[in-house]
Design a protein around this ligand. Structure first.
Ligand SMILES: [Zn+2]
Ligand SMILES: [Zn+2]
Length: 129
């Protein structure tokens, strides 16, 4: 019974929080067709903090973590998270894609700039008259 309630709760959470699955990972950023938010694709890898060997990364609860608990090269438990400027075919085997929502204020100010620019053009006003 308890398991059933937990299952329902977790399925509710999934439907509420958009995972932005339709965003193309090849793009730097795009608007999500499901929720309308501006999503930026950020690639991360994890490295062993001891020997620097790349460790496979994945996203857990919105955070980038290493998939292995210990480094396969030196056995260290510590790792560092490194942000990539872009993705390439070597790193893609290790990298985790974090779909970060761009702050709403940022979107608003960009929109306002656009509107002000339009009004400043006298030609447009003449056309409307
Ligand atoms: Zn979305
Ligand atoms: Zn190591």
């Amino acid at each position: 019974m308890l398991e059933l309630i937990l299952q329902i709760l977790s399925s509710m959470n999934i439907s509420k929080q958009c995972t932005h699955d339709k965003i193309n990972p090849g793009l730097e950023q795009a608007y999500c067709p499901d929720c309308g938010k501006l999503i930026r694709n950020e690639w991360y890898i994890t490295r062993c903090a001891c020997c620097g060997v790349k460790m496979k990364a994945f996203v857990k609860n919105g955070e980038v973590v290493a998939q292995d608990h210990y480094c396969t090269n030196c056995g260290s438990e510590e790792y560092i998270v490194e942000k990539l400027d872009g993705i390439n075919f070597i790193d893609i085997n290790f990298a985790a894609l974090l779909k970060r929502e761009v702050e709403p204020e940022h979107i608003c100010s960009t929109t306002r700039c656009w509107q002000e620019k339009r009004v400043e053009q006298p030609k447009l006003l003449v056309q409307y008259l």
